[in-house]
Design a protein around this ligand. Structure first.
Ligand SMILES: C[S@@+](CC[C@H](N)C(=O)[O-])C[C@H]1O[C@@H](n2cnc3c(N)ncnc32)[C@H](O)[C@@H]1O
Ligand code: SF4
Length: 446
């Protein structure tokens, strides 16, 4: 599910949800698409804190385990890059801020406050902007959660991952279930109704039954938002080596598929509405920041390896650009100190790239892509014209996993579990349509 879509996200230069890495060179794509400048004035802001205390066995995110961190320099650089990118963009209003990592709960609360002050000084930070901080249970005790609240955070996303001791050991986490429960309880006291938990399934040693009872336990203690991630085996991680050496076995695909299916049912019975492949909310406690990504809204990415997609001020016409910041924190710091920002890669997005983003991100949501949403990006060609005549798309519809109707395009309940195989078919159709009917919009130049 989510994580196995990573190669597709990378090919399209999209930010995989909770994924903020990248590298590369400057590339350029011609465009004939003019983005409505009004749309590009609202954006969300992602801030990457790249440090962790310990490397988890499965994680290949852009994170570093430093001997020490110069908090003053990191704060100055995050502020500087925030200011520069805001000034380089047409963004006049920030609707949400997400501090992700790495382990941003290792940052000092004063760093969070300073970044938010910079945002307010250089643009309008919406009055009720969602400001999320990812919290690791073990590190949460270092800076007290109330201090983050005073700094301006109003939503916590707690990396519980599992409430099973053995699973936490396999994952190489540096906390136990008791610490996770304590952190969760404290976060809920501070931000009632605005706490999310990250939980993983498909962990070696986990069975469908043990996963179900673990999830029931999570539901007894969680707030109104749950993110479910299937553990993905990433090259270069310790877990990958263990699996290669036969020391550890990943659950079979049919087992993880059952885990996903039963989790969706259990969450639904507990009153949670699934609004995205991996995300479930009660009382409408959806993450507005992540909804922005799925609705292909512009966002600015600050910090080592962060991704952004926004319209720069400097260009004469309103073209959205994809930007990736330098990965390695020490190099990133030097570049920010020298140039005010550390953008390593910029790609000017053409009309086709933007529509690929709308498709790939939009179909992750249970609501899918309405005709109005599509028309905001593609007024000239509607979804029926682009996809309706395709035999492959009709086949997906006949199999009951894809729906294209008066509302728009979306996956069925069953289909959401097959998004990985649906998207390549749709992307191919979109590419073919553009190269046949609108070749000027689909040109790429590297
Ligand atoms: C990179 S972490 C950052 C937050 C924090 N450091 C933590 O670990 O809780 C964000 C989320 O990504 C998910 N994640 C990371 N690597 C993953 C993998 N290989 N497979 C599935 N989920 C993963 C975890 O659930 C984690 O909570
Ligand atoms: S704490 Fe989070 S970011 Fe750091 S290594 Fe573990 S999963 Fe990765």
């Amino acid at each position: 599910m989510t994580r196995s879509l990573r190669p597709l996200f990378q090919r399209l230069g999209l930010m995989c949800p909770c994924k903020q890495t990248g590298e590369g060179r400057v590339a350029r794509v011609h465009s004939s698409q003019k983005e409505n400048p009004r749309d590009s004035q609202h954006a969300s802001l992602y801030i990457h804190w790249p440090y962790c205390l310990k490397r988890c066995s499965y994680c290949n995110f852009n994170k570093y385990i430093p001997r020490s961190v110069d908090n003053k320099v990191m704060t100055e650089c995050l502020q500087q890059e925030t200011q520069t990118l805001l000034q380089l963009s047409r963004v006049s209003q920030i609707s949400s801020v997400f501090f992700g990592g790495g382990t941003p709960s290792l940052a000092q609360a004063s760093t969070i406050a300073a970044v938010l002050e910079t945002v307010s000084a250089h643009t309008r930070l919406c009055d009720h902007a969602e400001v999320t901080l990812e919290v690791n249970p073990a590190s949460a005790g270092r800076t007290a959660l109330p201090d983050f609240l005073s700094a301006g955070v109003n939503r916590f996303s707690v990396g519980v991952q599992s409430l099973n001791d053995a699973s936490l050991r396999v994952l190489g986490r540096d906390h136990d279930p008791v610490q996770a429960l304590q952190t969760l309880a404290e976060a809920r006291t501070l931000c009632p109704g605005r706490v999310s938990v990250d939980v993983m399934f498909g962990i070696p040693g986990q069975s469908v039954a043990s996963w179900e009872s673990e999830l029931e336990e999570v539901l007894r203690v969680c707030d109104d938002h749950v993110s479910l991630y299937q553990l993905t085996l990433e090259r270069g991680t310790h877990l990958y080596k263990q699996v290669q050496l036969g020391e550890v076995r990943m659950p079979a695909d049919d087992v993880t598929a059952s885990m996903y299916r039963s989790a969706r049912k259990i969450l639904e019975q507990a009153g949670f509405l699934q609004y995205e492949v991996s995300n479930f909310a009660r009382q409408n406690a959806v993450s507005t920041h992540n909804l922005g990504y799925w609705r292909a809204q512009p966002y600015i990415g600050v910090g080592p390896g962060a991704h952004g997609r926004f319209v720069p001020r400097a260009l004469g016409v309103a073209h959205r650009e994809a930007r990736t910041q330098t990965l390695e924190p020490d190099v990133w710091i030097k570049e920010v100190q020298q140039h005010g920002h550390a953008t390593r890669r910029r790609i000017q997005l053409n009309h086709l790239s933007l529509l690929e983003e709308v498709l790939v991100m939009g179909l992750r949501m249970t609501e899918g892509i309405s005709h109005q949403h599509w028309a905001a990006f593609s007024p000239e060609t509607d979804l029926h014209q682009v996809l309706g005549a395709s035999a492959d798309v009709q086949d997906l519809q006949q199999r009951g996993i894809l729906i294209l109707d008066d509302r728009g395009l979306r996956c069925s309940w069953e289909g959401l579990a097959f998004l990985d195989s649906i998207l390549p078919v749709l992307l191919l159709e979109l590419d073919t349509f553009f190269h046949t009917h609108r070749p000027e919009d689909g040109q790429r130049e590297q």
